[in-house]
Each structure stands twice: as structure tokens, then as C-alpha cells.
Design a protein around this ligand. Sequence first.
Ligand SMILES: [Zn+2]
Length: 194
Amino acid sequence: MVEQAIQNVLRDTRFYELLLRFDRQIADVAHADRCQKCGAALHWGSYERKPRGVPAGLGPEHLRRFSLCCAADGCRKRETPGSLRFLGRKVFFGAMVVLISAMQQGVTPARAKQLQALVGVSRRTVARWRDWWRTVFIDSPFWRAYGAFVPPVTIADLPASLLERFSDAAENQVLLLLRFLVPITTGRGILQAI
Ligand SMILES: [Zn+2]
């Protein structure tokens, strides 16, 4: 399932349009709020990212990380709304990180070659992602708060074991998992380690 999903989902521009729409909604809600530090209004301070492996046909709006900045002089605190597209500072889209590290049997040399051709991700990077799910992710406050699935998710099979808990169509699984992960995209902590 997952490998087919990599082909289908990662090349489907409609899927990225959907993710962008969610990100816009999240950002609009955050924009309507006030600065958490001083209570002033928030201005847009979105910036360009340079994600790798972007499917052909996506416009420049897909490379923009929505961000906000406090309007008050002397505060200027940055607020970064949650995102279904960008998982922290990783250079690949979150959907790719989820799907590729969820490949059930790991990355054989043949698959590594295919992945390199498809999205330009190296075998070493994929190994690092898989390691991240099973160490940093499960140690995070987020997972301690929201990871109590019944029956428990098999840690050794993360993130595939987590994907399986969300619906059954590949595209929906990824979407729902990315929505689940939104809280970790706003903070600084656990995503820097990947
Ligand atoms: Zn402020």
C-alpha cells in the first residue's frame, strides 16, 4: 500500500492543493488572534522555503511558509502557525517524510534508487527519518500526551503503525496523520533533531 501511495500521493498536485488550503485556514485563524506575549495585532511575515522533491506543476505559493509577526515595536514576537505541509525545518514536505519513512520493509538498494529518482531523497536521510520516529518522536511531550492509542501503536513500525490508525485510503491516511501532527509543527523542540 505505502509504496503505491508514494507514487500516487507524492505526484498528485491536488493533494498539495488540499494541504495548502488547510495551512491557509490554520494561518488565517492564527492571524485573527493577538500576540501571545503582548496582546498586539499580528502582521503577516510569511517566508519562502525551498522544499526538495516538489512535484512539477506546483506554483510558488506552495513554497511559502505562513508565518506571523507581532505588530508592536519592541515585541515583534514571531508566531508560526501549524502546518500540514512543513514538518519543522526538514527540507522535504511532511507528506514525503511520513510516507517514505513508513515503507514497511525498509529501504533496499533498489528502492533507494527509485526514491532518489522520484523525490531526490538519499538512503541515509530515510534512515535518519525512521530513527527519528522511534526515538525523538516517541520521547516528545506531544506523543506522551496524544500517543495513547488502544491497542498501542507498535513503536518498531512507526510511522507505518500510526498511519494505519487513520482511515484506510492512502491519501486520507496521510492527510489525517499530518493533521494529527500539526501541534509539533509550531514548536521548536523535537523537529530540529531530524
Ligand atoms: Zn507582541
